[in-house]
Design a protein around this ligand. Structure first.
Ligand code: AMP
Ligand code: MG
Length: 491
């Protein structure tokens, strides 16, 4: 690609370790240029964390870089190879519409992938056009940044750039490119890809790379690959628990959408539920409810078994022994998940020590919420309010009874009630990206070219644990006519 302008000092500091791995892991190619790149959203805060210069990047130069028309200094663009189980079925995949520009080293020495999503066709595109529509890219920007603000490990979003080209889905839509920032884009599916190629040395190379990059402490373990497996299982248990704690439904928990870093990745038809029900599904393509809210821990475990299978050749020289080790590592997953989940749910309920009846209290609350179609986010948030008994929704007899038990439970703790309420407000968000607010903002942007609602929503989501004046509308559940029944991946 030609350099069209002298490279300004944007703060790029690339070190491209993944591109330096053997050929099997990727295809080397630049993003495909677009007609008329225009920077629509730019995340200044994230840019500064990455050591980038916002003033330099909020320019035609930035639009050219984030549109894929100009390579930043030091980039070595690749499309990553991977496979994956999609709704249970194995497929060879790969970055069909994304290019990894390289790994940015931040001023404090951290390493982040900078990826363009929607960057044009690659050798892995199959029948796809390699492009993305504006709506889904804005959606990923909004929800990934909301997840980050909630304190949940996630890939992040640096920019959304209009391509100036149309993409054709059901109809013509404005095309866009998301600049995604991730600890890495290595997936369970990356291991499945290498395992399917039956190249034991490549598998070892990948596992060693992941240990170096994401699990450095495991390098010193007696069996580093078993240690990697165990550590990843624990990270995934914690991640899934944190989704459940905020009412998040990923929507497409295929193995290619599960990152080895333990970050939430690949926001498609994901959603936050309003009223609580464990069987909630929003994704239009999840007809069987495979990825329903309450099924996420089961799916995580299923995916982890797929991961463990890929590691068999590395776990032990004898296959039977290796299988036994893998099974031993997976077996505690339900307990691990429960441990993380209860830790989070205890904190949500304002319990800072353990009592044997805590689980029952939680179950009773969840059952009540399910029966009453109560709002998941607001019920937990309201629990921290001193005035709760006066609120109409909570005058219901079963709840009032439960609330008495809850009051007695928190009163048995040494902390003053005021401290408990304050701490509860730090774990129970007031603002989540509610589907109707997300849809409203996306419609304004994609159909009317009005970015105002997206900007306002992003500002509200940036401080989810505060109740700032003027943001009340973001805390309300949808009115009946506002309820979003389905979400779409729009790929
Ligand atoms: P996703 O559902 O976004 O996780 O993508 C699953 C697979 O389909 C990945 O290999 C993507 O790269 C590929 N894919 C999705 N959309 C497109 C597209 N428009 N063009 C080419 N490949 C795509
Ligand atoms: Mg994906």
């Amino acid at each position: 690609m030609d350099t069209i302008t002298p490279t300004p000092q944007a703060g790029w500091h690339f070190d491209n370790s993944y591109a330096a791995l053997p050929d099997i892991f990727r295809a080397e190619l630049p993003p495909m240029p677009v007609q008329a790149p225009r920077l629509l959203l730019f995340n200044r805060t994230l840019a500064l964390e990455l050591g980038l210069q916002p003033e330099v990047l909020e320019s035609d130069y930035g639009a050219a870089v984030f549109g894929g028309n100009q390579l930043p200094q030091g980039a070595r663009p690749i499309a990553q190879a991977y496979a994956g189980h999609q709704f249970g079925h194995f497929a060879m995949l790969g970055d069909g519409r994304a290019i990894l520009l390289g790994e940015q080293i931040t001023p404090d020495g951290k390493r982040f992938d900078i990826q363009l999503k929607g960057s044009g066709r690659t050798p892995f595109s199959r029948s796809g056009d390699g492009r993305a529509a504006l709506g889904p890219m804005l959606r990923e920007y909004i929800i990934s940044e909301a997840m980050h603000a909630l304190g949940i490990p996630t890939t992040r979003s640096l920019a959304v750039t209009l391509s100036g080209e149309a993409v054709y889905r059901e109809t013509a839509m404005p095309g866009a490119i998301l600049t995604r920032v991730a600890a890495s884009h290595i997936r369970v599916g990356t291991f499945e890809y290498v395992a399917a190629r039956r190249e034991p040395e490549s598998l070892r190379t990948l596992a060693d790379y992941v240990i170096r990059r994401h699990y450095p402490l495991m390098a010193d373990a007696e069996n580093p690959y078993l240690a990697l497996l165990r550590a990843f299982i624990d990270r995934q248990a914690a991640l899934t628990a944190s989704w459940l704690a905020v009412g998040f439904i990923h929507g497409v928990m295929n193995t290619d959408n599960m990152a080895l870093s333990g970050e939430t990745i690949d926001y498609g038809p994901c959603a936050f539920m309003d009223d609580y029900h464990p069987a909630k599904v929003f994704s239009s393509i999840d007809t069987q409810g495979r990825y329903a809210f309450g099924n996420q821990p089961n799916v995580a475990q299923w995916n982890l078994v797929r991961f463990a299978e890929t590691l068999i050749p590395l776990l032990h020289a004898e296959e039977a022994q290796a299988v036994a080790l893998a099974e031993e590592a997976i077996e505690p997953f339900p307990r691990l998940f429960r441990h993380h989940w209860m830790l989070m749910m205890r904190a949500k309920m304002g319990f800072y020590n353990r009592e044997p009846d805590d689980v029952d209290l939680l179950k009773e609350l969840l059952e009540w919420m399910e029966q009453q179609h109560a709002d998941y986010t607001n019920t937990f948030r309201d629990l921290s309010r001193a005035e709760l008994p006066e609120l109409l929704a909570y005058k219901e007899a079963a709840f009032a009874q439960w609330h008495k038990k809850w009051l007695a439970r928190v009163a048995r703790q040494p902390e003053p009630m005021e401290d408990i309420r304050r701490r509860m407000r730090q774990t129970n968000p007031a603002i989540i990206p509610r589907n109707h607010k997300v849809e409203e903002a996306l419609t304004a942007a994609a159909q009317r070219g009005d970015l105002g609602p997206v900007q306002q929503l992003l500002a509200a989501l940036a401080r989810p644990y505060e109740e700032l004046p003027g943001l009340e509308a973001y805390r309300l559940p949808p009115a009946p006519e506002e309820v979003v029944e389905q979400t779409f991946c729009g790929t």
